[in-house]
Design a protein around this ligand. Structure first.
Ligand SMILES: Nc1ncnc2c1ncn2[C@@H]1O[C@H](COP(=O)(O)OP(=O)(O)OP(=O)(O)O)[C@@H](O)[C@H]1O
Length: 295
C-alpha cells in the first residue's frame, strides 16, 4: 500500500496559553496519496491551522502529522502551498516571480505549466505584483505552486477571490495536474457546491475537531435522507438533522442497521450532507467510523 499523503494522529494546536485557545484538538485522519481532498468547515473551524501544520509552517502542540511519509519540514520541497495571504514579493514583476520560482526549485521547475497558468489569465509578464488584483495574484501564486511540480498541493481557499470563469479555468488546471502527475490536492473551501465534481475525499472540521473524514462516496453511502410520518422514532440511528413540517418528518441519518420499509429514503448529495452537518454543529461526529479515518 502506498503511504498516505497526510496522516495525523491526535493532532492538536493551541495558540497561546489560554485553556480555550485550541485551534485544533485530537484530530486523527488520513488522506491517501493521489486524492483531491476538500477541507470544509465554518469560519474558525481550524482549516487554515491544519493546512499550515501540514505545510510545516506551524508545529503541533500535541500529536503528530506525517506528510509524504516524513515530517512536514523535511517534505517541504515536495509540497506546494498557497495560503490565504498569497505571500508574493510586491516589487517583482510576474516574469521575475516565475524566474524566482525556477531559481528556488532547480531540477523540479515546470516552466511550461507555470507559464500556461499565468498566460491563461492574460497577465502582462512585465506587470508588478503590487499592481495586480487579488484574483490575479492568486493566479500567480498558483502558477508558482504548480511550477514546483509538487507531490502534495495544499491550497487554503484558493478560489475565494477569483471570478467564476477564472475559478472554472483554474479548477480545470488543478484537476489536470492531479490526473497527469498523481498530485495529491488538499484544499479548503467554503463553496460547497463546487466540491462535488472535483473532490473525491473529504475532511469536515468543526470546533477544531474532525467531524467527517473519508472517501466522499463512502461518506455519502453511509448516510440516508428520509421522510416518514411526524413523530416517528429514529433511534437507534444516528441523527444528523431532523425537521418536522406538518405531518411529515424529514431527516438526514447515519443508519445503524436496516430501515423500516415504510420510510421513504434517498441518497443525499454532498452539498445536502455538508449543509446538514454545518447547520447542526452538535450532531454526532462520524469521523471514527469511515474507512479512511485513522483509528
Ligand atoms: N496565529 C494565531 N494566533 C491566535 N489564534 C489563532 C491564530 N491562527 C488561528 N487562530 C485561531 O484558531 C482558530 C482556527 O482558526 P483557522 O484560521 O485555522 O480557522 P479556519 O477554519 O481556517 O477559518 P476561516 O474559514 O475563517 O478561514 C480560530 O479560533 C482562530 O482565531
Amino acid at each position: 500500500m502506498t503511504e498516505p499523503a497526510i496522516e495525523a494522529a491526535a493532532l492538536a494546536k493551541r495558540f497561546g496559553r489560554r485553556r480555550d485557545a485550541w485551534a485544533l484538538r485530537d484530530c486523527s485522519f488520513r488522506v491517501p496519496a493521489g486524492r483531491v481532498c476538500a477541507v470544509v468547515g465554518p469560519n474558525g473551524a481550524g482549516k487554515s491551522t491544519l493546512l499550515a501544520l501540514a505545510a510545516g509552517l506551524l508545529v503541533p502542540t500535541e500529536g503528530t502529522v506525517t506528510v509524504l511519509g516524513t515530517d512536514p519540514a523535511a517534505a517541504r520541497p515536495r509540497i506546494g502551498f498557497v495560503d490565504q495571504d498569497k505571500p508574493l514579493y510586491p516589487q517583482l514583476t510576474v516574469a521575475e516571480t516565475l524566474r524566482m520560482g525556477a531559481d528556488l526549485n532547480p531540477g523540479r521547475w515546470d516552466a511550461g505549466t507555470a507559464h500556461d497558468v499565468v498566460a491563461a489569465g492574460s497577465l502582462d509578464p512585465g506587470k508588478r505584483i503590487r499592481a495586480l488584483s487579488g484574483g490575479q495574484r492568486t493566479r500567480v501564486a498558483l502558477a508558482l505552486a504548480l511550477g514546483k511540480r509538487p507531490e502534495l498541493l495544499l491550497l487554503d481557499e484558493p478560489m475565494a477571490d477569483l471570478d467564476p470563469l477564472a475559478r472554472h479555468d483554474l479548477m480545470g488546471v488543478l484537476m489536470g495536474q492531479a490526473a497527469a502527475h498523481g498530485t495529491t490536492i488538499v484544499m479548503s473551501s467554503h463553496v460547497v457546491a463546487e466540491l462535488e465534481d472535483s473532490c473525491d475525499h473529504l475532511l469536515l472540521l468543526g470546533g477544531g475537531r474532525v467531524r467527517l473524514a473519508g472517501e466522499i462516496d463512502e461518506v455519502l453511502a453511509a448516510h440516508t435522507r428520509l421522510s416518514a410520518p411526524a413523530g416517528t422514532t429514529l433511534a437507534p440511528h444516528r441523527v444528523v438533522e431532523t425537521r418536522t413540517t406538518g405531518r411529515q418528518l424529514s431527516a438526514l441519518i447515519r443508519p445503524a442497521g436496516p430501515l423500516p420499509g415504510d420510510w421513504r429514503t434517498c441518497a443525499p448529495s454532498l452539498e445536502e450532507l455538508l449543509l446538514s452537518y454545518l447547520r447542526n454543529p452538535e450532531a454526532p461526529s462520524s469521523a471514527d467510523t469511515t474507512t479512511e479515518a485513522a483509528a
